[in-house]
Design a protein around this ligand. Structure first.
Ligand code: ADP
Ligand code: MG
Length: 611
């Protein structure tokens, strides 16, 4: 559904265009080009500016002249060209067949990069242009696969322009045959606006407004602590959503520890008081235990009994707790959750989109609040485009701790630093991508690492925390750590989310390149929560150069929102595409996330028009 796809199809088909036979049409289809309109929306990736060489400056230019001496030296072919009053040496490799052609030709034109080598002007592997075909100025360069060439592509697209839909024709012409780069950019921008309009319609079609149950604010609020002004504002925004007849879809964005859970639980008081069930979904049992405690403090007067549900403890039919803190298992027990008024999801990136959809796919639908420091790209796009409300909390801890990247060579010293910190009464977290060594080779495993440390430093207080740690043992270890006991905690990504270890000042992420950016960000927020000097160290296993590059960029980000935007950029809109599923193609003209504002505007225009 590219912009304009809703217009009547232009008359021509691909085989009517010059130079396109079955083989090239097949090659085009591999590029996703299946009709003339697709071809017109196959926009140039860049432009080359064909200007005659002035005989003075190095750079990209066209050199025209007569060929002089031609020499074949091994695999290298050299030809002297006199052009613009100078002599230019052309060099080619592995092209002996050019020798005869060059020696015989009269005036020829060459396009390439001219460099200066001492007294000599040289061009390596220039492209020959037939002087009769030479057109000065910008020429588009397209993405082409096997079986196609720039020449074929240009000729076909130029011919196709004759049948471009009237509303887009001027912009398409400007992009494919621009007079200047500014001209080309202006054309692309217009096309991007049209594309944003098409995407806005697609998002709207995928997420129509949903009816909900309006819920009054609670009569009282407990006051275990005074809310900060940003928390007060976020709570007011949520309560105003809850009171409306359409179901709330809202994101509560805030750094780890900024008090999101507290705001969400206070928001839950309205529905609870009105007799609705509220589910708080958390990714791990350990976090469930922590949230249950917070739930008792903030909603204990309204909701009794509170309960945790998970793999081990199903929701009991007929004995519904009114505030249920649950892990993923709750998704399988929708019936037992009725009447469900509000779904709160902590760290939604840990849950599947379909899982969440199942709880919400009802008419009227429960209200939905997502708590996160690093929204998934889809949610961020929806929030920015106005399809989800967004409330933002400030970071009460000030700056996040700095990140240091370490390679394998730095690990020895790193563990000595960790040991010293613990011996001085501190807490250190070490997070590994795996629990045990099976699976992907080369990734550090928590159990093995813990064993090694215990062997080397038996006196060091060491805690191994993984998804296999029994809940009783887990709560015991956590409460000792929460009490401030010194220790080295080695574990898997169960440590990543929400665990409150306020004394921790160093978090080491082993095999950091194996984690997602949002996860890394969470882990970074685990330390320095009392304002103590803290540091995150990401150990790069160096298995994948692309992952290492991503780590370097993420390490430079300073807020969760920055990380989320980077994630959106790196993972591209493939995700958006995957979720919207039907007929949502790769972006052609629109650049995300840089041009998110165009999408936002298209969405609000659509709402204003009332469709
Ligand atoms: P998040 O969910 O954003 O990670 P939490 O809601 O778990 O943060 O809050 C972290 C800690 O700070 C909790 O112990 C919570 O009780 C406490 N807290 C939250 N808001 C305030 C506040 N305004 N004043 C004091 N403590 C607060
Ligand atoms: Mg939290």
């Amino acid at each position: 559904m590219t912009a304009g796809r809703d217009r009547p199809a232009p008359p021509a088909s691909l085989q009517d265009l010059p130079g396109l036979g079955p083989v090239r049409i097949e090659a085009l289809s591999r590029l996703g080009v299946r009709c003339v309109l697709d071809l017109l929306w196959h926009l140039p990736r860049r432009y080359e500016d064909l200007q005659p060489w002035d005989g003075q400056r190095p750079g990209w230019a066209v050199v025209q002249g007569r060929t002089g001496q031609v020499r074949l030296i091994g695999r290298r072919l050299e030809a002297e060209l006199s052009a613009a009053g100078r002599s230019v040496r052309l060099t080619f490799f592995h092209k002996p067949y050019l020798a005869r052609k060059l020696a015989g030709s009269g005036t020829v034109a060459w396009w390439g990069q001219i460099r200066r080598l001492g007294q000599l002007w040289v061009m390596t592997e220039p492209e020959q242009i037939d002087p009769g075909q030479l057109e000065w100025g910008l020429r588009p360069i397209y993405a082409i696969g096997q079986g196609l060439s720039q020449v074929v592509m240009r000729r076909a697209i130029r011919a196709a322009l004759a049948s471009a839909p009237a509303a887009e024709a001027p912009w398409l012409r400007q992009v494919h045959c621009p007079l200047s780069l500014a001209d080309a950019e202006a054309g692309r921008r217009h096309l991007a606006e049209r594309e944003a309009g098409a995407i806005a319609r697609a998002i709207r079609a995928a997420m129509p407004p949903v009816r909900g149950h309006p819920q009054p604010p609670p009569r009282t609020d407990p006051a275990p602590f005074a809310l900060r002004p940003d928390q007060v504002r976020a709570l007011a925004e949520i309560r105003s959503d809850l009171a409306r007849p359409r179901a709330m879809r809202r994101l509560l964005l805030g750094e780890v520890g900024s008090g999101k859970t507290a705001v969400a639980l206070l928001a839950a008081r309205g529905p609870l008081q009105a007799g609705w069930n509220v589910v708080l979904l958390v990714p791990t049992e350990a976090l469930a235990a922590q949230h249950l405690e917070a739930g008792r403090r903030l909603c204990g007067d309204l909701a009794r009994p509170l309960a945790v549900a998970g793999e081990q403890r199903p929701v009991l039919p007929g004995r519904d707790p009114r505030l249920l803190v649950a892990t993923t298992a709750a998704f399988r027990q929708e019936a037992a959750l009725e009447p469900l008024g509000l779904v709160i999801v902590d760290e939604e990136q840990r849950f599947g989109v379909e899982q969440r959809q199942r709880l919400l796919a009802k008419d009227p639908s429960p209200h939905y609040l997502s708590l996160t420091a690093t929204p998934i790209p889809r949610t961020l796009a929806q929030a920015i485009s106005g399809h989800m409300g967004m409330s933002v909390l400030g970071n009460p801890y000030g700056q996040l701790p700095p990140v240091r990247l370490a390679g394998q060579a730095g690990r020895r010293q790193l563990y000595h630093q960790a040991r010293q910190l613990v011996q001085a009464g501190g807490q250190v977290l070490v997070i590994c991508p795996r629990r045990a060594t099976e699976g992907r080779p080369g990734l550090p495993a928590a159990e093995r690492l813990a064993m090694g440390i215990a062997r080397q430093w038996p006196e060091l207080p060491l805690h191994l925390i993984t998804g296999h740690t029994p809940l009783a043992e887990l709560s015991d270890r956590l409460s000792r750590l929460a009490g401030g006991e010194a220790g080295l905690v080695v574990g898997t990504s169960v440590l990543e989310v929400g665990l409150d270890l306020p004394a921790a000042s160093l978090v080491v992420v082993e095999g950091a390149d194996a984690f997602g950016l949002a996860q890394l960000h969470q882990m970074r927020g685990r330390v320095g929560r009392r304002g103590q000097a803290a540091e995150a160290v990401w150990v790069d296993s160096g298995l994948d150069a692309e992952a290492s590059a991503r780590l370097r960029r993420a390490a430079a980000a300073t807020t969760g929102e920055e990380v989320a935007r980077l994630d959106l950029e790196l993972r591209g809109c493939g995700l958006l595409e995957g979720v919207l599923q039907h007929g949502f193609p790769a972006l052609k003209a629109l650049r995300l996330p840089e041009e998110m504002a165009l999408l936002t505007r298209a969405c609000s225009d659509l709402s204003a028009a009332g469709n």
